[in-house]
Design a protein around this ligand. Structure first.
Ligand SMILES: Cc1cc2nc3c(=O)[nH]c(=O)nc-3n(C[C@H](O)[C@H](O)[C@H](O)COP(=O)(O)OP(=O)(O)OC[C@H]3O[C@@H](n4cnc5c(N)ncnc54)[C@H](O)[C@@H]3O)c2cc1C
Length: 299
């Protein structure tokens, strides 16, 4: 790897000031699990790294009223070991369980996963379904970008180069006593330490009687250049009686406008399309199971 200057600021303000001084030649680094791979591949186009590791402002994870704040610098292991995350955000908890290895999860951060913005990023579908809001800070102040506006192209986000992702505000799906749960499923070629061939996330909210799906959020990764919401699946699920929704609508509408899988050396577009049709109803069924509803045989 070429020589790089390395800065270890002690506060968010210091990190922003350093970025102001070095401009485009400096790159932020958190856990480094994506940045170091780029370095080894000689694709790191910068002269300096500014570490965000351990900055107090970025490492908080707390429930504040109806909002779960997840700091960008929270590691995947902390999410995995958080009883609050497991209880309130099972869809995200599912995802971190199948990301990388223990060693990698101990350093990799959720903010790094969002800012890398890979179509295969495993936390991205869950965060889309949870309608998380990204909090971006710069020397000019803070602005908020909803997750569904964050991914503007392959590995490109709506964040400016001078902005740091502070964290994510996640509205609690069960606030106001709403019945809600979600599920994430990742298909890999081997059982661990692999990127997704495809991943699917589903979060469901029931009506007050618990008989129909009042609201659905469905997202998938590696079916388009960015992680995407499958809006047609959402529309098909919303208002549907539970069993019918799973058996017919969810599968038939999974392949909507936003789902455009491509052939890759890892698997074919045909296989990805077939798997979206299988995994959307399966994830929806498991989300219902988590609300104590017997959704029948959904795999
Ligand atoms: C062995 C291995 C296995 C992996 N397995 C998976 C997997 O199963 N699923 C998956 O989705 N990914 C996987 N990855 C990819 C990677 O680990 C994740 O994307 C991880 O979450 C990145 O986090 P990080 O903190 O290491 O990011 P870094 O490498 O530090 O940073 C990544 C990018 O985000 C930017 N960035 C980081 N934090 C901020 C911030 N707060 N504000 C602004 N910009 C920021 C950096 O500038 C950089 O561009 C794997 C990687 C490896 C090496």
């Amino acid at each position: 790897m070429k020589h790089l200057d390395y800065y270890r600021p002690q506060s968010l303000d210091e990190a922003l000031a350093l970025k102001g001084e070095r401009g485009a030649e400096a790159l932020f680094i958190a856990g480094g699990t994506d940045v170091m791979v780029l370095g080894r591949q000689k694709k790191l186009d910068c002269a300096a790294l500014i570490s965000l590791r351990g900055l107090a402002e970025l490492t908080q994870m707390k429930l504040e009223g109806d909002t779960f704040f997840l700091g960008a610098g929270v590691t995947l292991s902390r999410i995995l070991n958080s009883p609050e995350a497991a209880r309130h955000l099972p869809i995200l908890h599912d995802a971190v369980q199948v990301m990388g290895s223990t060693q990698m999860r101990n350093v990799a951060t959720v903010g790094g996963n969002v800012m890398t913005a890979a179509s295969s990023g495993d936390t991205l579908g869950p965060l889309l379904c949870l309608e998380a809001v990204c909090r971006l800070v710069s020397a000019q102040g803070e602005r908020r970008v909803p997750m569904h506006e964050m991914f503007t192209g392959p590995r490109v986000t709506a964040a400016r180069a001078d902005e740091i992702l502070l964290g994510l505000d996640i509205p609690l799906p069960t606030s106001g006593d709403r019945k809600s749960s979600g599920c994430f499923i990742k298909l890999m070629r081997r059982a661990a330490l692999d990127l997704a061939l495809i991943n699917v996330s589903v979060q469901l909210w029931l009506d007050e009687a618990g008989e129909t799906i009042a609201k659905a959020r469905v997202a998938a990764g590696v079916v388009a250049p960015t992680p995407v919401r499958l809006v047609e699946s959402e529309e098909a699920l919303e208002g549907a009686p539970l069993a019918e929704a799973l058996k017919e609508q969810a599968a038939d509408h999974a392949l909507g406008r936003s789902c455009r899988p491509r052939d890759s050396d890892r698997c074919s577009s045909w296989y990805r399309e077939e798997m979206v049709r299988v995994l959307v109803p399966r994830a929806a069924g498991r989300a219902l199971n988590r609300m104590g509803i017997d959704a029948g045989q959904v795999g």
